[in-house]
Design a protein around this ligand. Structure first.
Ligand SMILES: NC(=O)c1ccc[n+]([C@@H]2O[C@H](COP(=O)([O-])OP(=O)(O)OC[C@H]3O[C@@H](n4cnc5c(N)ncnc54)[C@H](OP(=O)(O)O)[C@@H]3O)[C@@H](O)[C@H]2O)c1
Length: 257
């Protein structure tokens, strides 16, 4: 049985994937934004291998989350699930970054670099990533007027490119990205067509399955099927340029091999 760390697992798809994996007999380390959100997990927490706490909009908290996970031990799989959708404005994190960039892109990058390397990495993207092309020109939204939908799309393109870049750099790690579809969660809203069970299935499967179909790397998935992501995500030059800029913005280098 595997041990899996899932970011943003107090609610929505992260919580649903945690439940599914625990029900299959796996050990899951949960993540909550703050202590009160950890308390909201209730009885389910006692069935899990631990809860780490920290707000992903803060680089200091991201470092603390990495330390907390490393103190528990090496994970077999990490599901980078936490994310935010449209924000009313750019905002500014404690480090001055755009909040969407910090939570959806910088945090998964930092956690990837700072947590002991697992066997498998899964990044939650979105079909909306296809609208994110061209993001490297102004990654941190310092030159453009704020466009929340575009910022979300860019962040979701980043995690596909990150997943694919890691698949190239770290050949022993299975690194994949998932579009869960439009799912009925706090983010997706009650009118979304996809139920939680279907929405969490692909990432939970990629996290633990020994089926040959799941033992691949550098792929983009939607409802248990492989799909083609946006062209930029598959471009090694884009992947390398993104990783280099994320390293500069965070001050955290990503090990080459
Ligand atoms: N739902 C959809 O239709 C859909 C479609 C495509 C992709 N996705 C992607 O799927 C992932 C999960 O989405 P969801 O629908 O499950 O969203 P959700 O219901 O809003 O849950 C998001 C989770 O992330 C956590 N989180 C948000 N900001 C955080 C922060 N600053 N620090 C720590 N944790 C934070 C939330 O914690 P709190 O509850 O404490 O805020 C929550 O546990 C996201 O990456 C999203 O982009 C979702």
């Amino acid at each position: 049985m595997a041990i899996i760390f899932i970011t943003g697992s107090t609610d929505g798809l992260g919580r649903a994937a945690a439940q599914s994996l625990v029900d299959q007999g796996h050990r899951v380390v949960l993540h909550a934004r703050a202590a009160d959100r950890a308390a909201d997990i209730g009885e389910f927490a006692s069935r899990c291998a631990g809860i780490v706490v920290g707000d992903l909009r803060s680089a200091a908290d991201a470092r603390s989350i990495a330390d907390q996970v490393n103190a528990i031990g090496r994970m077999d799989t990490i599901i980078h699930n936490a994310g935010v959708y449209t924000r009313p404005d750019r905002g500014a994190t404690p480090e001055g970054h755009a909040e969407t960039l910090a939570i959806n892109t910088l945090a998964p990058y930092m956690l990837t670099a700072l947590i002991e390397r697992p066997d498998r990495l899964v990044y939650l993207s979105s079909g909306l990533h296809r609208g994110g092309e061209g993001s490297l020109d102004d990654l941190d939204w310092t030159q453009r007027d704020w466009d929340s939908a575009k910022a979300y799309a860019e962040s979701k393109l980043h995690v596909v490119a990150l997943a694919f870049g890691l698949a190239r750099r770290w050949p022993k790690v299975l690194s994949n990205a998932v579009d869960p579809g439009w799912v009925r969660t706090k983010m997706g809203g009650s009118g979304a067509p996809v139920d939680l069970h279907t929405g969490q299935q692909t990432q939970a499967w990629l996290a633990v399955s020994e089926e040959p179909a799941a033992l691949v790397s550098g792929r983009y998935w939607h409802h248990l099927r492989r799909e083609e992501p946006a062209r930029e995500a598959t471009d090694p030059d884009f992947q390398d340029a993104l990783i280099e800029r994320l390293g500069r913005l965070t001050g955290v280098p990503l090990p080459q091999t």
